[in-house]
Design a protein around this ligand. Structure first.
Ligand code: DLZ
Length: 205
């Protein structure tokens, strides 16, 4: 029997995501792969108790736009001191425009407690290396920016950005590989990570 060396092991916590509000912000470049990753994340969120009405999905053009979107989705006093109620509501309106995945009329999540809209945000993008240095610059700046946002705000930002050297690498990491092995959908891991980190941050508050 072979023992897996790579990959994540089981969390120590029992994951009950029922109180959590989770946002997914995804880029629209490389849509087939993005769609599979978003679906994988949503499936795992729901399997771990997150209510459909508490999952909000937003899209942006490309991965370069992810950090700003995540920052605005987190919103509230994490990113700015609202000078008055109107400012704060202005921040809220962005979230209010985001659609719960049910696409029902369920209102979008409002701020938790005093200032927090979401327990965690999953940023999903698919960067595939091309002929120029574009890939390197975007991978570098997006990963650093997303880390900075989570550390600065204290809201978990799950790094769901594939940085693939080939189309096939990206397809396999979304579980839709063209070869004999379909690969593993990393979106599922990101959904699980969002639940675990959302619960941790509530415990550590
Ligand atoms: C321009 C561009 C290119 C070439 N490749 C990708 C990609 O593989 N994945 C991705 O998410 N976005 C790509 N983009 C778009 C940029 O992220 C960004 O949307 C534009 O430069 C506009 O700011």
């Amino acid at each position: 029997m072979t023992t897996a060396i790579k990959g994540i092991s089981q969390p120590q916590l029992k994951l009950d995501g029922s109180p959590l509000r989770i946002a997914i912000v995804h880029a629209r470049w490389n849509k087939t792969i993005i769609d599979a990753l978003v679906q994988g994340a949503v499936t795992k969120l729901k399997e771990n108790g997150v209510k459909e009405s508490n999952i909000t999905v937003e899209s942006v053009p490309g991965s370069f736009e992810l950090p700003l979107a995540v920052k605005r989705m987190i919103g509230g006093s994490h990113i700015q001191q609202a000078s008055n109620e109107t400012d704060l509501l202005g921040g809220l309106n962005f979230s209010a425009g985001a659609k719960p995945i049910s696409r029902s009329s369920t209102p979008a999540p409002i701020l938790l407690g005093s200032s927090q809209a979401f327990d965690a945000v999953i940023a999903i993008g698919v960067l595939i290396k091309g002929a120029t240095m574009h890939f390197e610059y975007i991978c570098d700046t997006v990963s650093h920016s997303l880390m900075k946002i989570q550390v600065d705000t204290g809201v978990p930002v799950i790094f769901g950005v594939l940085t693939a050297l080939t189309d096939d690498q990206a397809l396999e990491r979304a579980g839709i590989g063209r070869g004999e092995t379909k690969g593993h959908n990393h979106g599922e891991d990101w959904g699980l990570a969002a639940v675990e980190m959302g619960l941790h941050v509530r415990r550590w508050a």
